[in-house]
Design a protein around this ligand. Structure first.
Ligand code: MLT
Length: 273
């Protein structure tokens, strides 16, 4: 069911389905929307309650018209907890984040760890941007607002987030997501990603189950980089999916679902099995 509630004076859009089982909060990447998780929504709603937001400024969750706004990873963490509160969800959730969704997951862990029972970290990083990367994103944000188009973001991001083998239909789906978003929302999120802090200090403190999923051809978060930080968490499982880039939930949906389903009893914990 597609739903909205008002957050910061703007409609915050989310999808919710499923009545029973653990709560699976799925947090998408940039410049995407809840549609990034469609195969997993369709599959897991039979055994989980799935809550899948459009992050503020992305998809149908509007962030207003301020061309200079920054939406930080901490802001998104606060929004997601506001969403859980709105839904009166007090039970700890399985938090699944992809890329920017992972950057946000680190902030939820930092501030609201008791709301999470386990993690699924997909195609994400623990380090901050280099000064050059950060400056390039800030420049792209300004140009996106000035030219009032998603095209510039698509030109930079799509070749990075899709593997060279990705079919044209997938490029079209990504375009559908980025074009639902306003230029101001894209820009506010670019500034937020650019200003994010490193989160590697958290890793040795994390003892909840953490499934870490990477892609063999990922140009942003390589399997080697992800394996290196995954090993610093006491209770992790690491998977590298062959032949996919940065978006395995869409590039290899069946394989992704199989890995997640296999890990679900471990992620859910003995009390809820
Ligand atoms: C994402 O998928 O959320 C972005 O690729 C994150 C990034 O560019 O660092």
């Amino acid at each position: 069911m597609h739903l909205t509630f008002t957050l910061h004076g703007q409609p915050y859009h989310y999808y919710q389905a499923g009545q029973t089982g653990p709560i699976l909060l799925m947090v998408h990447g940039f410049p995407l929307s809840h549609l990034q998780w469609q195969p997993q929504i369709d599959y897991f709603q039979k055994q989980c309650r799935v809550v899948v937001p459009d992050l503020r400024g992305l998809g149908k969750s509007n962030s207003g018209t301020d061309p200079n706004l920054t939406i930080s990873m901490e802001d998104h963490a606060d929004d997601l907890i506001a969403l859980l509160d709105h839904l009166q969800i007090t039970e700890p959730v399985i938090l699944m984040g992809l890329s920017m969704g992972g950057y946000i997951a680190w902030q939820i862990l930092r501030k609201y760890a008791s709301r999470i029972k386990s993690l699924v970290m997909c195609h994400t990083r623990v380090i901050a941007d280099t000064p050059e990367q950060s400056q390039a994103r800030i420049k792209l944000a300004a140009e996106t607002c000035q030219k009032q188009t998603a095209q510039l973001v698509e030109d930079v991001m799509f070749p990075r987030i899709l593997s060279p083998h990705a079919p044209a239909s997938l490029v079209e789906l990504l375009r559908k997501m980025s074009r639902t978003t306003t230029p101001e929302g894209l820009a506010a999120n670019l500034r937020g990603i650019a200003s994010r802090q490193a989160s590697d200090d958290l890793l040795p403190k994390i003892d909840m189950p953490a499934l870490v999923i990477s892609g063999e051809l990922d140009a942003i978060s390589s399997p080697q980089e992800m394996g290196d930080w995954a090993r610093k968490m006491a209770n992790h499982r690491f998977i590298a999916i062959p032949g996919v880039g940065h978006l395995s939930p869409l590039e290899a949906p069946d394989l992704f679902i199989r890995h997640l389903e296999e890990a679900l009893p471990w992620l859910t914990g003995p009390k809820n099995c």
